[in-house]
Ligand binder design. Structure first.
Ligand code: NAD
Length: 423
């Protein structure tokens, strides 16, 4: 069976999911019609079809998108995804989620997202570089250090960010490090950026455990998606004493109820390209992994993995959304009724954009911070944001996603009313 055939397919269109989540909170907040409508639309969308010379001399045409959802709070910020399943609706949803994420943690940004439909695993480094440089050139009209700042997402790496920075700078005629974040350290990247999203997941999980009266020391953890976010969340939770019992990637999952060494699994994945076959583990599918009894479940792969079909069978106390949009609105209802706490993506995985913001500030100022400075400031923002969302949840007797959306959407709506409608 192929890798893709094993992967769990998302059940619901991500844009429909994002709109449902937004409309639910727009109702709660009783947003005025015009404001509600304005925030429901992406501000601008660009689709590009562009040729790339492949290593065998052939020319292949790729499709890419860049969507800006909202510019109300400041420049737009959001990652670029390279994946065969990228669609304009997925990019729209991810852009809207970025707006709420930046808002809920208090950053001066609106949301954006980009994507190229491609199987990055089948591209050579040289093809990836040519694809990245051409895509960057195509979307340059709507990129800038002051206006729209990309970052890594699924299938893109610090090296890809370096090519984006270099391509943009070549067109300008001078270096513009602040046009993209998630860069390698030697060209203006920030210490702590690679670990930031996983670190943020760990911090929010730790804070939530205090409210659930769940002792993190010895708590069992299952992680779907063992990439940047999932693997780092796994080893940082392990460092706090949690027992990581199952992890997975596109090729399937591994399970050991006695616990795994997450760093050893990462070394195994680096060597063999998959977590499969890690010694002393039982193979499980991605569907099975989600249903393994555990205290904390960290979905860190793609959208729609927890849906109406499987939400009733999850055996966990806390879900920490490392991925964007892993839980469908239907599943949310079921989890709410079952009393399972969900730390929503816009809060739980905001560590990445927070440290991207630090990287952008460092790039604009050309004044660089130590890793301790980065992690201390990240910790402060994550804990403050968690507590603010928890306070809304307690006050309104709402779940954490509703509370996070209430804070996020009302901050953007308030700013919009203060700015007014031009002209
Ligand atoms: P990545 O490419 O480093 O890792 C993704 C992992 O998920 C890989 O191990 C891949 O094999 C696995 N995967 C893909 N499809 C799967 C499936 N159907 N079932 C199980 N595993 C699957 O990407 P990443 O940067 O870790 O991003 C993961 C998620 O986190 C995405 O939803 C992304 O939007 C979100 N996110 C990433 C960041 C960041 O800073 N990297 C920040 C916020 C949110």
């Amino acid at each position: 069976m192929s890798e893709r055939a094993v992967a769990v397919k998302p059940k619901e269109d991500p844009w429909e999911m994002a709109l449902k989540q937004y409309n639910r909170v727009a109702d709660v907040l009783n947003l005025k019609r015009g404001i509600r409508e304005f925030l429901a639309y992406p501000r601008r969308e660009l689709t590009v079809n562009f040729p790339v010379k492949m290593d065998d001399g052939s020319v292949h045409v790729f499709t890419g998108h860049r969507v800006h959802h909202s510019t109300v709070l400041g420049p737009t910020k959001g990652g670029i995804r390279y994946h065969p399943d990228v669609t304009l609706n997925e990019v729209r949803a991810l852009a809207m989620w970025m707006s709420w994420k930046c808002s809920v943690v208090g950053l001066p940004y609106g949301g954006a997202k980009g994507g190229v439909v491609c199987d990055h695993k089948k591209l050579s480094m040289a093809e990836m570089e040519r694809l990245t440089r051409r895509y960057t050139t195509e979307i340059t009209p709507i990129l800038s250090a002051e206006g729209d700042i990309p970052a890594p997402d699924v299938g893109t790496t610090p090296q890809v960010m370096a090519w984006i920075m270099d391509t943009y700078s070549m067109h300008k005629g001078y270096s513009v490090p602040a046009v993209v974040t998630g860069k390698p350290i030697n060209i203006g990247g920030s210490y702590g950026r690679v670990e930031a999203t996983g670190r943020g997941c760990m911090i929010t999980a730790r804070e939530a455990c205090k409210h659930l009266d769940l002792n993190l020391n010895g708590a069992t953890v299952a992680v779907q998606g063992y990439g940047n976010v999932g693997s780092i969340a796994a080893y940082l939770l392990h460092d706090l004493g949690a027992k990581v019992i199952a992890v997975s990637d596109t090729s399937g999952g591994i399970y050991n109820p006695k616990g795994l060494d997450p760093r050893a699994v990462l070394r195994h994945k680096d060597q063999t390209k998959s977590v499969k076959g890690f010694p002393g583990t039982e193979a499980v599918t991605n569907e099975e992994l989600l249903e393994i009894p555990c205290d904390i479940l960290v979905p860190s792969a793609l959208e729609g993995q927890i849906n109406g079909d499987n939400a009733g069978r999850l055996k966990t106390r806390l879900i920490v959304e490392g991925a964007n949009g892993p839980t469908s609105p239907e599943a949310d209802e079921i989890l709410r009724e079952r009393g399972i706490m969900v730390l929503p993506d816009i809060l739980a995985n905001a560590g990445g954009v927070i440290v991207s913001y630090f990287e952008w500030v460092q790039g604009l100022q050309q004044f660089f911070w130590t890793e301790e400075d980065v992690n201390r400031n990240l910790e402060a923002i994550m804990v403050r944001s968690f507590n603010q969302v928890m306070a809304v949840a307690q006050e309104r007797k709402a779940d954490m996603r509703t509370a996070a959306y209430i804070r996020a959407v009302s901050r953007v709506a308030d700013a919009l009313m203060t700015r007014g409608i031009y002209p």
